[in-house]
Design a binder for this molecule. Structure first.
Ligand code: ADP
Ligand code: 5GP
Length: 188
């Protein structure tokens, strides 16, 4: 286990409901800061078109995911909309020990667990301007069938209630403004 207190690296957790723009913001941050490290999660959901194992996610069977939990290979994990998602522990600890800024882009239940595992992490909640705009973004993304969108919206309403529990809240209305606020928090 890495001692965060003696490391110069930092862990940044971005959370918020599906469709709020976490992935978009993270990709922009990585373009601005190519030396930052984005953790690749494990999931039991099926790959979407254009997603490849080891790039977007490590795509695991439910049995494999269970083994990773049992072997304590995950820093956090959660069930979300009928599938499991989790952060592989080892790459995150290695990068932080090397002094890197490590980004996690994860859902709310897992992000709460990070408070216990890495109390020094900066945990940032991304809010949509409204639930209606969140739905428009989820539909506009065009990656999920209607049934999955309904599950994600139902979940979003619960997730939004947890926003005040996080260290920072950012509304992703204007993308450039949200990006500026995010950069300021991470680089301060
Ligand atoms: P998440 O990773 O949180 O699920 P995405 O990054 O995939 O969300 O964004 C969902 C959709 O919303 C995408 O089509 C993206 O282009 C769009 N989007 C993200 N941020 C904004 C913004 N500030 N204004 C308008 N559309 C946005
Ligand atoms: P998607 O299926 O759209 O790729 O992801 C669904 C949700 O799972 C998103 O909110 C995403 O941020 C979250 N997620 C992705 N990886 C992880 C992870 O490792 N742990 C947790 N707890 N959530 C994750």
């Amino acid at each position: 286990m890495v001692e965060t207190s003696v490391s110069s690296g930092q862990l940044v957790v971005l959370t918020g409901p599906s469709g709020v723009g976490k992935g978009t913001l993270v990709q922009r941050l990585l373009t601005l800061h190519p030396d930052w490290f984005l953790s690749i999660s494990a999931t039991t959901r099926s790959p979407r078109e254009g997603e490849f194992d080891g790039q977007s996610y490590y795509f695991l069977s439910k049995d494999q995911f269970q083994t990773w939990i049992t072997e304590e290979k995950l820093l956090e994990w959660a069930e979300y909309a009928g599938n499991y998602y989790g952060t592989p522990r080892e790459p995150v600890e290695t990068q932080i020990a090397q002094g890197k800024t490590v980004l996690l882009e994860i859902e709310v239940v897992g992000a709460k667990q990070i408070q216990q595992t890495f109390p020094a992490a900066r945990r940032i909640f991304i809010l949509p301007p409204s639930v209606e705009i969140l739905e428009t973004r989820l539909r506009g993304r065009g990656t999920d069938p209607d049934s999955a969108i309904a599950k994600r919206l139902a979940q979003a309403k619960e997730e939004l209630a947890a926003a005040p529990e996080f260290d920072y809240q950012i509304v992703n209305n204007d993308l450039e403004q949200a990006l500026g606020e995010l950069s300021q928090i991470i680089c301060e």
